[in-house]
Design a protein around this ligand. Sequence first.
Ligand SMILES: NC(=O)c1ccc[n+]([C@@H]2O[C@H](COP(=O)([O-])OP(=O)(O)OC[C@H]3O[C@@H](n4cnc5c(N)ncnc54)[C@H](O)[C@@H]3O)[C@@H](O)[C@H]2O)c1
Ligand SMILES: Nc1ncnc2c1ncn2[C@@H]1O[C@H](COP(=O)(O)OP(=O)(O)OP(=O)(O)O)[C@@H](O)[C@H]1O
Length: 283
Amino acid sequence: MDVAVGIVGQRGNERAQGLAASLAETLERSGRDGGETAVVVDEATGEAVDAPACPVDEMDDRDLVVSIGGDGTLLFVAREVGPTPILGVNLGEVGFLNAVAPEDAVDVVTDLVADYRETGAFEGRELARLEATSDGADWTLEPALNEIVVHGPRRGPGGGATVEVRVDGGQYAASHADGVLVATPAGSTAYNLSEGGPLVHPTADALVVTQMAAADSMPPLVVDPDTDLSITISDSDTGYAISDGRNRRRLDPPATITVSVADEPIRLVGPRGDFVSSLEKLD
Ligand SMILES: NC(=O)c1ccc[n+]([C@@H]2O[C@H](COP(=O)([O-])OP(=O)(O)OC[C@H]3O[C@@H](n4cnc5c(N)ncnc54)[C@H](O)[C@@H]3O)[C@@H](O)[C@H]2O)c1
Ligand SMILES: Nc1ncnc2c1ncn2[C@@H]1O[C@H](COP(=O)(O)OP(=O)(O)OP(=O)(O)O)[C@@H](O)[C@H]1O
């Protein structure tokens, strides 16, 4: 069976480019017996290495996309390719979303591709994503793998707003605050943790609601993913709704945002990292 693989290296990272090149070469060689393996790299990597290149947002028709970099690179790849299977190779400082060490990458990917030729599928797991929809305006933010943040004009003293959180219609919190975030289990180790939210084990099916610097704070709340969550921001000139720190919309308070689980999850393939032992990376 033929297999199409995309490789995305962290932009400007020579180690990522070198690994992308050796991965591309090994995969193309290993494909000869059981079928062709067609490999493309992202355009930035393609300028540095000798391999065919294509834009990352056109890699959604690949059977597998390998992200080589840190968490930010994997979040970027996930935004661009959606539910296409992704394997994360960690070259970053934290690398929570990337389970594979660079020295194992060539072996892990070649084994996965060989299995795929036999079974027609990659073994992996789905990671839920969140989307935020404006109740008044006509937009939905790009799905978030980590978290949706709703905050006032800016973080820090003097930058907050009145932030009300409703859970299945009932008022859970209403306070002056910098903002509030809703995190997935995958995102619980990121911004959520810095704001005092709980760690969520990756196999738990839950979301976390965590206020950010609230004057009248409630403890972080763990909810079922189907819970109706709405956030209203008022008493400020402006505010923002932000998906994974990158995709943002300006709000015109009073404004209400509904947060829910997106239709399409992310599919991460390859070995699962050991969640508990990887927590030491967060120090
Ligand atoms: N105060 C904070 O902690 C803070 C502030 C802004 C953004 N962030 C996080 O950064 C993410 C965006 O990442 P980026 O690389 O584009 O921005 P970035 O470069 O500012 O990265 C922020 C840091 O968050 C880490 N990170 C990202 N996802 C993680 C996860 N699931 N578990 C553990 N650590 C994780 C990254 O490794 C990096 O060290 C956002 O989704 C948000 O969670 C955190
Ligand atoms: N190959 C690429 N093509 C285009 N943009 C890229 C590419 N790689 C990374 N980026 C951009 O860089 C951002 C993430 O990279 P960033 O420098 O934050 O590194 P990281 O993967 O989080 O690693 P580290 O842990 O070292 O910070 C992405 O959101 C994306 O905008």
